[in-house]
Design a protein around this ligand. Sequence first.
Ligand code: KG4
Ligand code: ZN
Length: 376
Amino acid sequence: MGDLWYNKSMKVLAIESSCDETAAAVVEDGVRILNNVVVSQIDIFAEYGGVIPEVAARSHLEAILPVIHKALGDAELTMDDIDVIAVTHTPGLLGSLLIGTLTARMLAILWKKPLFAVHHLKSHIYANWLGREEVKECVIPEFPLVALVVSGGHTQIIYMQEHNKFEIIGTTRDDAVGECFDKVAKVLGLPYPGGPSIAECARRGDAKKFKLPHPQVEGLDFSFSGLKTAVLRAVQAELGVPINTPSFELAEKLTEQQQADFAASFQETACEILLEKLKIALRDHPEARSVVIAGGVSANAVLREKVAEELLGGSGTKMDKTDDLKTRELRVFFPEKRFAGDNAAMVGVAAYYEMLVGVEPTDPYALDIAPRSVIG
Ligand code: KG4
Ligand code: ZN
């Protein structure tokens, strides 16, 4: 790890606007959250059943300055107290990214602060370092680590040898798992965003009721588009309607119990698929010391249970001595629920670790956005 270029207590003002959350946070020394403000546009998009990029950008524009004011004001801070500005510049929706980055660039120029541009998936991974100030160093993730990144736009397995070094070892070939939750929710007539509404509905359902296929994809890659279609076909078969029946006509025909059984069976299968690949990645990397789950889908309770069960032998104890993964000294991390979805505190901590390894600030006059990009 390089020398700290800045070594007094460092406060990062972080800004996140890559999709449909407008967020600002102040993070001190990469761990203490002085404030974390998230304004969600979920209420707007629940009505449409998904995000409309132009509407998202306009909402960010309205919210961003009040959100930054609140992040600073509630913590009784002014821009004079801030040492560094950090912002998400990739990947995400073009208009949404523009609002956050233009605001951050303006603040950095006007207040002469160093500016860090952070990759969104890095931030999701670094959410696992957040909010652990009361605990000792041994309970933050240790390297090398394997990260399972599961969000609305991405499904990847990433190997990290050390801070700020990312190697993608598995990725989805089509849909992201979060996107699959959102699309299946639509078929079942559940509100946007699909992840939380499927999780809620599934509590009343039987996860073994419908058998759904696991895609046969070699190695560590994923495929989720087949699972979405499999749910659609299973719903059509259950209702006894032809396969050309449009998906929007199906939900109203489902009973509440059928809806819950489909939600539970889908959730179970999606989590099993994620876990199968994660286990292969861990067997490929016997030297890995930690597992980090990141992104919006990491909030899922069934995924959390399954990971704990399969990697730790249930409730954190290592019981099954015959299973190589359960006998390994693996530490498993999930972000606190409030840091699983999009927020700015995770951007602040990711920027902090960039600084720590000697990454230079970016030129605020030149910073550009990239709606699509790979982590690196
Ligand atoms: O990371 P995130 O907030 O935004 C992106 O970077 O995409 O992830 C959003 C995704 C959505 O697809 C949402 O349905 C899903 O995360 N999600 C969940 C849960 N909470 C959010 N999926 C499954 N179970 C949940 N509890
Ligand atoms: Zn995200």
